[in-house]
Design a protein around this ligand. Structure first.
Ligand SMILES: Cc1ncc(C[n+]2csc(CCOP(=O)(O)OP(=O)(O)O)c2C)c(N)n1
Length: 642
């Protein structure tokens, strides 16, 4: 099962293996990835696709000294296995186990903790320049590996343009599997398709055969290759001019499942002067047929049962998620309102927008991993009179910060932002937790921010957002959408919902944790503590009338949010109390402290942070106890004075 794999403790160990053994190792690693994916959600198809590429990289460079930067970082499982982490591999993405992305705390072979796409070329260039300045006499090779899905990110071109100008030695390996999570989109995708048709790769054209047979087999391989390229350009066979215009030498396409061929090409590009782009063609899901046939579903599938290379069953909760409820609401509104357009940034599958894509092909736009463009594009649509709805995960919306400021808020344009995965994103960890959005959206004028407390609030919030004449953000968690039974009160701009007033204290819940707050209040009621509950609904504008009444009149207030405390919902309550000259000394804020939160199941992470029903109830008990102590102290002092 892992005969060879268990002998690999560091990449140097690969040197002992023959080519056949490397192929055997590739098979063993694929098995390990399959075993993992059967137990928990993991980036499956992407990792199956880069097995040979990763082996070729680690056998062609010495990354204990050379630099390897993985773009996005979801495809590093093989790299982790080869860099001393095979024994821990079964812990991948489990709490306390290996992170599903590069993590410098785990290994020196991981240079940056990443999870957001598009930065590898920029950081690779920075490394190259930094290394050269600090140790000019001992240059290191720098390799950035980037997928064709991440490749259209704007920052890649900023970096390529810079690298082309600086003429630094930088190797960019473009891993082209024709897929982002869904099939890749856009003009660049078409250009890559044309390059893949290059006869050098397909081996179809007789001219290529002729050129190849004329290349002498003796002599320096780089010179041989260059003469090959020159002849090919003359014969009009090479594409890649776009990259050449940016100052990169384009080489490829190369078969990314052929270790030997890749080693040969990597050895060549290693010797080049100046930036070079090596176009490697792989198959996403390679080696496991169901994943190769349907790489979208197997990008990060729910754990599945498998036998003989077949998938028997996926293990899912079966309950509708917030993403699904939001999608259904939008889908229904798009049927009746032809002005609504839907935009996603390469996350059609994650946001569950496939039915919208299929039913409204002319009003649905997947712009690729280009979140800042998505928001600016939506601003243009809104200016022209449409009602765009942009669905982007909270964490990735960070990429659009300036467009939210300039293109939306400053222009007061009616664009709805759907912030999916707002809160703790679970096993993806710190790169993906969507915990900053309240803090980053609150400062902007002309932006309304709301958070449904349960499934029933999604439709009226979306309706309100589409009606409003300014930008609106709706944040919702990566969680099942529960329904909390209570009399329905309509959603009104800037109005909170009071579920009940409490004699002993009040909880003010912000969105996703409302059900945990209900449970906490119910438990406390059984213990004889009468704790009220407000569902804030709006973070901006805040219902100061209701919430400040609670602050002023209640023995204590506990605010609860699945977001950072710094600048978040609780901060908004404190600011409002301060502005109204109300003593906020009895306000306790529960939320994410000033630290990055590790990966793990969302409910466990919430419990660790005291953000489950237990933790919220305990916080209320403590507030009530300290209240009781203070009042008995005051009582005692009064007696003393008398
Ligand atoms: C800024 C940003 N937006 C969206 C994502 C979500 N995402 C993770 S992997 C991925 C697809 C990446 O495609 P590609 O780079 O081609 O890698 P592949 O999985 O196909 O190997 C996307 C959209 C992300 N990680 N970062």
């Amino acid at each position: 099962m892992d005969k060879l794999l268990s002998t690999i403790h560091l990449p140097q160990d690969l040197k002992k293996l023959s080519h056949e053994q490397l192929q055997q190792l590739a098979a063993e690693m694929r098995e390990a990835i399959c075993r993992l994916a059967c137990t928990r959600t993991a980036h499956f198809a992407s990792n199956l696709g880069v097995v040979e590429l990763t082996i070729a990289l680690h056998t062609s460079f010495d990354f204990s000294r050379d630099r390897l930067v993985w773009d996005t970082g979801h495809q590093v499982y093989v790299h982790k296995m080869l860099t001393g982490r095979y024994d821990e591999f079964p812990t991948m993405r489990a709490k306390g186990g290996l992170m599903g992305y590069p993590n410098p705390a785990e290994s020196d072979y991981d240079l940056f903790m990443t999870g957001h796409a598009g930065c590898s070329v920029a950081t690779g260039l920075g490394l190259r320049v930094g290394d050269e300045l600090l140790e000019p006499e001992r240059p290191r090779h720098v390799v950035a590996v980037i997928g064709d899905g991440a490749f259209p990110s704007g920052i890649v071109y900023e970096a390529m343009n810079n690298a082309g100008g600086l003429k630094k030695n930088l190797i960019v390996v473009l891993n082209d599997n024709k897929m982002s999570i869904c099939p890749r989109v856009g003009g660049l995708a078409e250009s890559l398709d044309r390059l893949r048709m290059n006869p050098f790769y397909t081996g179809l054209k007789s001219e290529v055969q002729k050129i190849l047979t004329h290349v002498p087999v003796i002599g320096d391989p780089v010179e041989r290759f260059l003469s090959q390229i020159k002849d090919a350009i003359k014969a009009g066979l090479l594409g890649g001019m776009f990259f050449e215009d940016l100052g990169f030498r384009y080489i490829g396409p190369v078969d990314g499942h052929n270790i030997r061929q890749m080693q040969k090409y990597l050895a060549m590009v290693r010797e080049f002067q100046g930036p070079v782009l090596l176009h490697v063609v792989t198959e996403k899901g390679h080696g496991f047929k169901p994943a190769a046939d349907d790489p979208t579903s197997f990008h990060a599938p729910a754990p599945f049962e498998s036998s003989n290379g077949e998938v028997l069953e996926f293990k899912t909760s079966g309950l509708p998620s917030y993403s699904q409820v939001v999608r259904d609401a939008l889908h229904a509104r798009m049927k009746t309102n032809p002005k609504i357009t839907a935009i996603t940034a390469a996350m059609c599958q994650g946001t569950m927008f496939e039915p919208i894509r299929d039913d409204f092909p002319d009003r649905f736009f997947d712009v690729g991993i280009c979140e800042s463009h998505a928001v600016a594009f939506a601003a243009g649509l809104a200016k022209s009179g449409l009602r765009p709805v942009v669905a982007i995960y909270s964490t990735f919306m960070q990429r659009s910060y300036d467009q939210i400021f300039q293109e939306l808020a400053l222009q007061k344009l009616p664009v709805t932002l759907l912030l999916d995965r707002a809160g703790l994103a679970g096993p993806d960890g710190p790169t993906h937790h969507g915990v900053f959005d309240l803090a980053y959206l609150r400062p902007f004028p002309n932006v309304v921010v709301m958070a449904p407390g349960d499934a029933g609030e999604v439709v009226p919030m979306l309706d309100l957002a589409i009606e409003l004449s300014c930008a609106t953000a709706i944040r919702y968690p990566k969680a099942d959408a529960l329904s909390i039974e209570r009399p329905v009160t309509p959603i009104e701009l800037g109005k909170a919902e009071v579920l009940r007033w409490g004699r002993d204290g009040m909880i003010v819940a912000c969105g996703s944790l409302l059900s945990a707050c209900v449970e906490a209040a119910d438990r406390l009621a059984e213990e004889g503590l009468d704790i009220g509950l407000i569902n804030a609904r709006f973070i901006k504008p805040l219902d100061t009338q209701t919430i400040l009444r609670a602050v002023a009149e209640s023995p204590f207030i506990v605010t609860v949010e699945e977001g950072v405390l710094a600048g978040g919902f609780g901060s908004a309550v404190l600011e409002a109390a301060c502005d109204a000259h109300i003593d906020a000394g009895r306000v306790l804020r529960l939320g994410i402290p000033d630290q990055f939160i590790e990966h793990g199941p969302r409910d466990e992470l919430l419990a660790d942070l005291g953000l489950d029903a237990d933790g919220i109830a305990q916080a209320c008990r403590q507030m009530a106890e300290s209240n009781a102590q203070i009042s008995s102290q005051i009582h005692a002092e009064k007696r003393h004075i008398v």
